[in-house]
Design a protein. Structure first.
Length: 190
């Protein structure tokens, strides 16, 4: 079944140059843009960088004060992602599952990856940061999780992951983001 679902998505590749470039962009370049968007959201959502007062020095001081108050959320989101990526990388080394283009015939990937496939580090990392945002900001979290889903699906289409790699990565990312938040709340918030 994993192979059938893989080929359902993979068959979208190699149909047109435009679509291939779009899938590669979503799978390879868009993740960096998503990191930037999450960072910008976390900064600007709380008006950390807005200057609402006419006195520049006071505005800068207020911005630093607000940023200091909001560091928790920024650290929790990105720590969740980094920790999730580390766990996924460790699992890849332990499990050593081959990429689809190595395991299946007639699969020509649009990206070259030389490490192992299971679980997807991209799916794990981006779902972890998206779900960490979701825990504090539901609407933005839904949007970022949709972006993580697009990244995961595109990595199947470009031929570097099986669907199970992405699914387990999503589950792992959500679990780790929830666990990090739970532990933080138990230790620091009483």
């Amino acid at each position: 079944m994993n192979n059938q679902i893989f080929f359902t998505f993979y068959n979208l590749a190699h149909q047109s140059l435009f679509l291939d470039r779009l899938f590669v962009f979503i799978a390879h370049i868009f993740p960096y843009i998503l990191i930037l968007l999450v960072g910008i959201f976390l900064l600007f959502h709380h008006e950390v960088l807005s200057f609402k007062t006419s006195y520049q020095k006071e505005a800068i001081w207020n911005s630093f004060r607000i940023l200091k108050q909001k560091w928790r959320e920024i650290v929790l989101v990105f720590f969740s992602g980094i920790f999730a990526w580390c766990v996924a990388t460790l699992l890849k080394i332990i499990i050593q599952s081959p990429r689809p283009y190595l395991a299946l015939e007639n699969v020509v990937p649009l990206l070259n990856k030389t490490d192992f496939s299971f679980p997807s580090g991209h799916a794990t990392f981006f779902m972890a940061i998206s779900f960490a945002v979701f825990l504090s900001h539901r609407r933005a979290g839904y949007l970022f999780m949709l972006c993580a889903l697009l990244i995961g699906l595109s990595r199947i289409i470009v031929g570097v992951h099986f669907p199970v790699d992405i699914l387990v990565g999503f589950i792992l990312g959500i679990a780790i983001a929830y666990l990090v938040r739970y532990i933080y709340d138990k230790i620091f918030i009483k």
